[in-house]
Design a protein around this ligand. Structure first.
Ligand code: 2BA
Length: 109
């Protein structure tokens, strides 16, 4: 068994959840915050049998769009804090950041 931990954008989460549930998967939705943008995103925990993982990754990939976003970083990217002058930059967020973890044991108690 595997645990898929997927960080997705809030805009994609409802559609992804609907697709997951309607295709027989189970998922837990967590409200999370990105460390870089300090903006809300959604993390889904999806427990699945090994042979379902590729299907799930495909579902996530086809549902989660990448979007460009202009941000002003809160912290310097490589420079020192003293000389830091914040300026806007463009980043591409998503589709999805996905971790596939091996599950040692799964029990429902
Ligand atoms: P954030 O940390 O808010 O990052 C949002 C986007 O900002 C990232 O999109 C990336 O394009 C950009 N970014 C992040 N750190 C940066 C940096 N040091 N310099 C320049 N640009 C930077 P994604 O890569 O698609 O990540 C979306 C969200 O996925 C992240 O939100 C974070 O919540 C999560 N994430 C990404 N990589 C992760 C990791 N290795 N571990 C845990 N969570 C991660």
């Amino acid at each position: 068994m595997k645990m898929i931990v997927a960080v997705v954008q809030d805009q994609d989460a409802p559609q992804l959840l609907e697709k997951l549930l309607s295709s027989g998967h189970r998922a837990t939705r967590l409200a999370t915050t990105g460390g870089f943008l300090r903006q809300g995103n959604t993390t889904l925990m999806i427990g699945a049998e090994d042979d379902k993982v590729e299907d799930l990754l495909h579902l996530i990939e086809e549902t989660c769009r990448s979007r460009r976003q202009v941000v002003t970083p809160w912290v310097p990217l490589g420079g020192t804090v003293d000389s830091y002058v914040p300026y806007p930059m463009e980043v591409t967020v998503g589709g999805a950041t996905v971790f596939v973890l091996a599950v040692e044991e799964f029990r429902k108690l």
